[in-house]
Design a protein around this ligand. Structure first.
Ligand code: ZN
Length: 435
């Protein structure tokens, strides 16, 4: 089934993405207001009635709901964020907010994180406004502020202050998955994100006996902290396969004609090619990386205190084990406190929505294979899950094999292939308008 408008969404998605890239919505050096106004205008032009919400001046999010035919069905939320991380123009091939089109790519900050997905959603919302939301479910489109700084001014604020916007929403599609990942020369994986690791950002403090730098001191806080940091930094947490990661490993091994032995996962992972190992490396175990150190003010003074920062991440269901293991590494001389603490997520990778995502990939990319995925980090899904919403990461973006997608995230020369952007419209249309 196709309508004349379906072509319009493919045509306009590049322009919408380019317009959005040209609006500098860097977080924290700018705000989301102009990007939100642009999105609201595009939706209003199509006959929709979006609302703009601000947690504080300029920190704008946009929400619009399209009614389905059956109010008793749970609603679907499609969400993206309007902010981007800052960019240093000196490092880029083209100015990062110029939205240059060159070599089949649209270049600029936000091209894949995530003004691409926002543009796809806006183009499809406009199409649904014209054609009518043919699905039984309400579809809520939300474009949030502040994701890049943790979402407290965007998704988090709306969940706390306007939960009515998400009334009846049972499932959400946002960022974190659904991009293609090369399996071999011909075939691609499309990891559908259904889980996220939790965050345990920790400040470590060692306290000792202050004194003169020339005197012996067996209670030196710097030494105690350094010992603990060294133990943590060199520690390898054990491999722990949660279901989506085990399935990802089994299914991709099978596609490659190899057997994955779940009784000896490390050896099986070792046999995978480098690309796949890189994809799974951050999600087969908990992790803790020392990232900050602070102690002392004068070279001949032993300070009474030394502090460090550690970025800790734990898999769903493994927070307790993670903290117990970490405490053993810390020892008795070093205390820890959370500077940021967020839950891990896991949603079932089954049901009609998940089936629709898988079918959409297979239909638009015969060499594409949807597989389960766990996000090593976190997204706005963390806030939305507080409302009991099952959150998935999916964008339907097909990428050329030689494009290092992971490196473009928050990186230099961020860019999105024009044909990938157009095909993402087709994939997402199949998800939003099944049948
Ligand atoms: Zn993002």
């Amino acid at each position: 089934m196709s309508s004349p408008n379906e072509r319009a969404a493919e045509r306009e998605v590049v322009d919408i993405c380019r317009d959005l890239i040209r609006i500098d919505s860097s977080n924290p050096t700018s705000t989301e207001r102009r990007a939100a106004e642009y999105v609201a205008e595009k939706l209003t032009d199509a006959g929709l009635k979006p609302e703009v919400y601000e947690s504080e001046a300029g920190r704008s999010s946009v929400v619009v709901r399209l009614a389905g035919t059956d109010a008793s069905r749970g609603a679907l939320l499609v969400h993206g964020h309007l902010d981007v991380v800052p960019a240093d123009p000196g490092e880029w091939r083209f100015p990062p907010f110029s939205g240059e089109v060159q070599d089949g790519y649209l270049w600029g900050r936000g091209a894949i994180d995530m003004k691409d997905t926002v543009a796809v959603a806006v183009a499809l919302a406009r199409e649904l406004a014209h054609d009518g939301n043919g699905s039984a479910r309400d579809i809520v489109f939300a474009f949030f502020a502040d994701e890049e700084a943790g979402g407290r001014q965007g998704a988090g604020w709306l969940v706390d202050n306007h939960p009515e916007l998400f009334e009846g929403v049972t499932e959400a599609i946002g960022e974190g998955g659904g991009f293609s990942y090369p399996l071999d020369a011909q075939r691609r994986l499309y990891p559908i994100e259904c889980a996220q690791r939790g965050q345990a950002w920790l400040r470590l403090t060692a306290t000792g006996r202050a004194g003169h730098g020339s005197s012996p001191n067996d209670e030196n806080a710097v030494t105690a902290l350094a010992d603990a940091i060294s133990r943590i930094g060199h520690h390898q947490f054990p491999v722990r396969l949660i279901k989506p990661v085990a399935d990802l490993l089994c299914e991709s091994s099978e596609l490659l004609g190899e057997a994955f032995d779940s009784r000896d996962p490390e050896a099986s992972i070792e046999r995978l090619d480098a690309g796949l190992r890189e994809l799974v490396a951050p999600i087969i175990r908990n992790s803790a990386n020392p990232t900050m150190l602070d102690a002392g003010y004068q070279i001949n003074v032993i300070p009474g205190r030394a502090t460090a920062g550690v970025d800790g991440r734990f898999l769903p269901g493994m927070e307790e084990e993670f903290l117990a293991e970490l405490d053993e590494l810390l020892g008795s001389d070093v205390q820890r406190e959370f500077t940021h603490h967020d839950i891990a997520l896991e949603a079932p990778l089954e049901g009609p929505l998940v089936d629709a995502m898988k079918a959409a990939i297979r239909a638009e990319d015969p060499d594409g294979y949807p597989v389960p995925y766990c996000n090593p980090g976190g997204t706005d899904a963390k806030h939305l899950s507080r409302l009991g919403i099952a959150c998935y990461g999916f964008k339907g973006l097909r990428l050329p094999a030689d494009l290092d997608y992971a490196r473009l995230f928050h990186g230099v020369d961020e860019r999105v292939p024009l044909d990938g952007l157009r095909s993402a419209v087709k994939v997402m249309r199949r998800v939003l308008k099944p049948g």
